[in-house]
Ligand binder design. Structure first.
Ligand code: THU
Length: 129
């Protein structure tokens, strides 16, 4: 299994554990960190809807808690027939730990269907100067 397949498998497993009783839209994210470790997260919703968190947020938290510092690649999987793409807030979170060329793989039921980069998804993100 190559690293991309491992990311897909981890994101699918995370999505299968998603807590999404309100949207019924399960998402999983998996990160390979620059130090060669792997982390996953899923969306965790809440009865107070805005309090829910995205899969990407969970995976980034797991990476930081696990002691890794930077994203080497991230894959986002949705248990759906349609393409998904990270929300604006998660684009900013991904950018915090990425380079502009860091690959972002987007996958659905058919497997990985699109590849983009952190720079493409957030071309004019907020940075401290
Ligand atoms: N969601 C994610 O976890 N990641 C995304 O990239 C897009 C949306 C979640 C948030 C919410 O729990 C559900 O998908 C429906 O919007």
């Amino acid at each position: 299994m190559n690293n991309q397949q491992k990311l897909l498998s981890m994101a699918q497993t995370a999505a299968s554990n998603a807590y999404c009783p309100y949207s019924h839209f399960a998402v999983g994210a998996a990160i390979e960190s620059e130090d060669g470790k792997f982390y996953a997260g899923c969306n965790v919703e809440n009865v107070s809807y805005p309090v829910g968190t995205c899969a990407e947020t969970g995976a980034i938290s797991a990476m930081i808690a696990g002691g890794s510092k930077r994203i080497s690649a991230i894959l986002i999987y949705a248990d759906s027939k349609t393409l998904i793409s990270p929300c604006g807030a998660c684009r900013q979170r991904i950018a915090e730990f990425s380079n502009k060329n860091t690959p972002i793989y987007l996958a659905d039921k058919n497997g990985i269907i699109s590849e983009t980069t952190a720079g493409e998804l957030l071309p004019a993100g907020f940075k401290e100067f």
